[in-house]
Write a protein that binds this ligand. Structure first.
Ligand code: HEM
Length: 127
């Protein structure tokens, strides 16, 4: 009887070892997925596009759009704060103003601070 018990026990542990029950991962172990790259706001929502004709319809100091380096900006709110004589910046409302911005029409570039400010007025891209 004791021999039978020992044999049964040995067979049991042999079966356990043979089937590797201790090493199996849990049946429902979820596969680990690498976190998918979250789409950036820019790629999720494409910028609005404007034609130069549309920009040209906003050519007054109170309603002043400009196209600069492929971007379209509404500077209406900024114009009263611009530090130059208004007569220097106002004629660029409604126009492609990349060169004017780059040179201040005087061969001098704007500061990096000025360029950083532009982002706050950006509406979209120029077609
Ligand atoms: C596109 C037409 C523009 C023209 C012709 C123009 C011209 C000028 C001029 C003549 C000055 C003062 C003199 C000088 O600092 O040399 C000036 C200064 C300045 N402008 Fe403009 N500007 C234009 C657009 C803008 C825009 C779109 C911004 C920003 C949203 C801006 C921001 C500034 C700032 C912050 C200054 C102070 C000096 C500096 O930081 O460079 N300007 N600009």
């Amino acid at each position: 009887m004791k021999a039978l018990f020992l044999l049964a026990t040995a067979l049991f542990w042999l079966a356990v070892a043979a089937f590797g029950w201790f090493d199996r991962p849990p049946a429902a172990a979820p596969a680990v997925q690498p976190p998918s790259a979250a789409p950036s706001a820019a790629s999720a929502r494409p910028e609005r596009r404007y034609t130069l004709a549309e920009v040209a319809r906003h050519a007054t100091p109170a309603d002043c759009w400009m196209a600069i380096d492929g971007g379209v900006y509404d500077f209406s709110a900024y114009l009263p704060q611009h530090p130059s004589d208004p007569a220097l910046i106002e004629p660029w409302c409604g126009r492609e103003a990349s060169e004017a911005y780059r040179t201040k029409t005087r061969g001098r570039p704007h500061s990096q601070r000025a360029t950083a400010m532009m982002a706050g007025y950006r509406m979209g891209t120029l077609d």
